[in-house]
Design a protein around this ligand. Structure first.
Ligand SMILES: Cc1cc2nc3c(=O)[nH]c(=O)nc-3n(C[C@H](O)[C@H](O)[C@H](O)COP(=O)(O)O)c2cc1C
Length: 235
């Protein structure tokens, strides 16, 4: 209704729309059809807003974590990431190419940003993570994204944007191999840690023994110096 009013009044500015999460693909498609009818006016959509009507309960106080609205509020952060990825992916598929999709929902790392770009986002928004970590999260996320791109040989965002591949046996095999490699690396790291801890233990023990021997030698020398052996009849 707002869009049709604006169009009738022949406003010329561009609009960005913040979209709710659609939990049913049909609803998402219907929303995209409506938005496409205003493609001259709508420049981008940001998908998704929080998932409404969530309740977080504190086991210590046995009460809701937040005071307002009987503790009911919108859900954000990592818990909404998969819904957000699905919405971004489908919105990108249904919307006119001229309308950009900004991905938002649970983005905390460069890898998260990478996934949203693959699903067709032109840009990403970071909400909850910024609230928890502060503005330094932006540089960190950018650096992590750059590192992933460099490792995979991508030089620009357009190399990734909307390039989500179809599931394949070859892809799944790559994932299994990568997991196996990571597991082996973690096991090696754990073994190195154990070796280092044992080495430190051995070193500490040797040092203690040397200290004890030194003490015995010093006591023996002092005893000799002050004639203790003679006094005790040991010489
Ligand atoms: C405390 C808080 C306040 C928010 N206020 C708004 C708002 O005023 N307008 C809006 O469009 N979205 C608002 N959002 C939703 C976020 O913009 C974002 O869509 C959602 O939190 C998912 O992203 P995130 O997981 O990165 O936080 C708010 C979210 C939070 C947690």
């Amino acid at each position: 209704m707002i869009l049709s009013t604006l169009q009738k009044k022949k406003y010329t500015f561009s609009l960005g729309l913040k979209l709710p999460p659609y939990l049913d693909s049909k609803h998402l498609q219907q929303a995209a059809t409506i938005i496409n009818a205003y493609s001259k006016m709508v420049r981008y959509v940001a998908s998704i807003n929080t998932i409404g009507n969530a309740l977080s309960v504190d086991p210590v106080s046995e009460a809701p974590f937040i005071s307002s609205n009987n503790g009911l509020a919108g859900l954000s952060g990592p818990a909404v990431k998969y819904t957000a990825l699905a919405n971004v992916r489908q919105m990108r598929n249904h919307l006119d190419a001229a309308i950009d999709v900004v991905g938002v929902g649970g983005i905390e790392t460069g890898e998260d940003a990478f996934l949203f770009l693959l699903c067709g986002a032109t840009a990403v928004q970071v909400g909850t993570c910024h609230w928890k970590e502060g503005p330094k999260c932006f540089d960190r996320i950018c650096d992590e994204l750059k590192a992933i791109m460099a490792e995979k040989g991508y030089s620009k965002v357009d190399d990734i944007k909307g390039k989500l591949k179809a599931w394949s046996k070859e892809g799944a095999a790559l994932t299994r191999a990568a997991k196996k490699k990571q597991q082996a690396e973690e096991e090696e790291e754990e073994a190195n840690k154990t070796d280092a801890a044992q080495e430190k233990k051995d070193e500490d023990y040797s040092l203690k023994m040397m200290n004890n021997i030194l003490m015995v030698v010093i006591v023996a020398l002092l005893a000799q110096r002050y004639g203790l052996y003679e006094y005790l009849g040991l010489e």
